[in-house]
Design a protein around this ligand. Structure first.
Ligand SMILES: Cc1cc2nc3c(=O)[nH]c(=O)nc-3n(C[C@H](O)[C@H](O)[C@H](O)COP(=O)(O)OP(=O)(O)OC[C@H]3O[C@@H](n4cnc5c(N)ncnc54)[C@H](O)[C@@H]3O)c2cc1C
Length: 511
């Protein structure tokens, strides 16, 4: 859990009740905090701030219980093309390199090493996976092709039933021991801690002290362009604790005048953009994911081959990084009319971003007329019905662990988030990746379904490049390239292409 340190009282300059600063980040999930870290460490910006609606960091999709805790490298995700896998791998490795900057104890809380594999069951899937291994393994040297006996050695519960090899044809692509899992909530806390340490220890332009404000329990109510800057109105979030001064007045000002604003508020980024008249070409289809627990059945991550007719990721099983001795299976894919899981009031916000029209209905029709998708949507609805859900989910989970028993399976109450999948209304298609809505020079809204956690540092590098270009601040490009991309000289791809280009290829990874 993130500890929120006491921060100095802000200096109120012009105009009254508004604090002027360089960059404001909206949203304290893993994406907003990754940008905070990069701005603090690699630029000399004098004053940066982050505003978060809840009184703790990473309470929504980045919360440890709400996502699958996977670093998606493209090696076991069969819905990625080779090109996409290579782009995602580059971004995913940034997390591993970042973790190397941390003290061992903190690193061990953020990133976890386990074996991982993608499992093919039956003749058709096995043929597909063998062919994929031929194409991918030259680019992923750690990949191994595992036959049934080797799968049994790596993951006995996957290949054996009552001590005997299961009868179906099996093959897997495995990676023996690598960084596979992340606690995105801990990662977000570490980004903020690292940012605070570096801001305290370094000097801004002209040698002055640098400042980082963290306004927790504070909601952004409105963003209004004001000359070259943006006035961001703030309000205490009802029911959440805000930092207060000695006289009881809130530490957060009523407004911030920022030279640059990056909104990393998940599905709410779209809502805020549309309230300002931007991003009108998008609608949102929230896809909730639930999970199930079993006792300790798996040693590492076991993904399954994706049905390419389905736009939703297939279920997998893996050890939960926080719940010792438990294996988590999922996520399911439930269409849910909420922008935030377990917050019923977000239904009204969903209605605002749905923007139902013929284009949106057309996309729904395209989805529903495919029998595989229709059946999958219906099955996922039933996965939420008490009594029935465990029985139905068991049938799917047995593809991974054939000997799983009903009594092993428990619905993970309170787990799971909502992936805000965007609908591109102009092209009448469901978008599987992330979207960045560049509203105005100096104002961007990022919407991050899966694998937004994996891409947090890569997306931050893209936003950082735009901030550096616009605000003209000092930027230690080589240090970033060395520390996060593993480039060791100025002759790197980053030096001649720029960070924005380096991450452009990663713009639309599959869910
Ligand atoms: C079921 C599921 C499984 C997933 N599995 C994976 C995975 O294995 N690997 C992976 O890489 N990704 C995964 N993802 C995706 C990943 O969780 C998200 O992409 C990532 O957490 C997004 O981070 P974020 O910071 O953009 O958003 P969030 O973590 O949702 O943070 C947004 C923040 O903005 C704040 N906010 C919203 N509105 C306001 C406002 N008005 N004012 C102030 N603050 C505001 C919210 O309170 C919140 O803290 C999964 C997602 C789901 C739902």
């Amino acid at each position: 859990m993130a500890s929120v340190p006491r921060l100095p009282r802000p200096v109120i300059d012009s105009p009254p009740d508004a604090v002027s600063l360089d960059v404001l980040i909206v949203g304290g999930g893993v994406c907003g905090t990754a940008l905070l870290f990069e701005l603090a460490r690699y630029t000399d910006l004098g004053h940066i701030a982050l505003v978060e609606r809840y009184d703790q960091l990473a309470r929504v999709n980045s919360r440890a219980t709400n996502n699958s805790q996977t670093i998606h490298c493209g090696d076991i995700e069969t819905n990625y093309t080779l090109e996409k896998a290579l782009a995602v791998k580059r971004t995913a490795e940034m997390i591993v390199r970042y973790a190397e900057l941390l003290e061992p104890a903190q690193r061990r809380r953020c990133v976890f090493q386990t074996p991982k594999m993608v499992l093919a069951v039956g003749e058709a899937e096995c043929a597909l996976l063998r062919e994929r291994f031929e194409r991918f393994s030259p680019h992923f040297p750690a990949m191994e092709l595992l036959e049934k006996e080797q799968i049994a050695a790596w993951e006995p519960a996957v290949a054996l039933v009552d001590g005997q090899l299961r009868p179906e044809e099996l093959v897997a692509i495995g990676i023996c021991n690598t960084a596979t899992a992340v606690d995105y909530e801990e990662l977000a806390a570490s980004f903020v801690q690292q940012a605070q340490e570096v801001v305290t220890a370094s000097r801004g332009p002209g040698g002055g002290a640098r400042r980082l404000d963290l306004h927790m329990g504070t909601s952004v109510a409105q963003i209004t362009p004001e000359g070259e800057r943006f006035r961001v109105s703030l309000a205490p979030t009802p029911g959440q604790q805000q930092g207060v001064n000695a006289d009881g007045t809130p530490v957060a000002p009523r407004a911030i005048l920022a030279r640059h604003v990056v909104v990393n508020a998940g599905a709410h980024s779209l809502l805020m953009a549309q309230r300002m008249g931007f991003g009108q070409q998008y609608s949102c289809l929230p896809v909730a994911g639930s999970f199930y627990f079993t006792p300790d059945l798996l040693r590492g991550k076991v993904y399954t081959v994706q049905n390419d007719k389905l736009p939703f990721a297939a279920i997998h099983g893996d050890p939960d990084v926080r719940a010792a001795g438990k294996t988590r299976f999922g996520p399911t894919a439930l269409l849910l009319p909420l922008l935030e899981r377990y917050r019923p009031a977000s239904f009204w916000e969903f209605l605002q971003v749905l923007r139902l029209d013929w284009a949106v209905l057309g996309v729904f029709w395209q989805l529903l007329r495919v029998a595989d998708i229709r059946n999958y949507i219906l099955k996922n609805l039933l996965f939420e019905v008490p009594w029935l859900r465990r029985r139905l989910f068991l049938a799917d989970a047995r593809k991974i662990v054939p000997g799983m028993r009903l009594e092993d399976l428990r619905f993970a109450e309170g787990y799971g988030g909502v992936r805000p999948q965007l609908i591109d209304k102009a092209n009448r298609r469901l978008m599987l990746g992330e979207a960045s809505i560049p509203a105005l020079p100096g104002l961007v809204f990022n919407v991050t379904p899966s694998p937004g956690g994996t891409c947090c540092l890569g997306n931050a590098a893209r936003d950082l490049a735009a901030i550096v270009e616009r605000l003209g601040c000092a930027f230690d490009r080589q240090r970033l390239a060395r520390e996060l991309y593993g480039e060791d000289s100025a002759g790197s791809a980053l030096a001649d292409g720029g960070i924005a280009q380096a991450v452009a290829a990663e713009a639309e990874p599959a869910a």
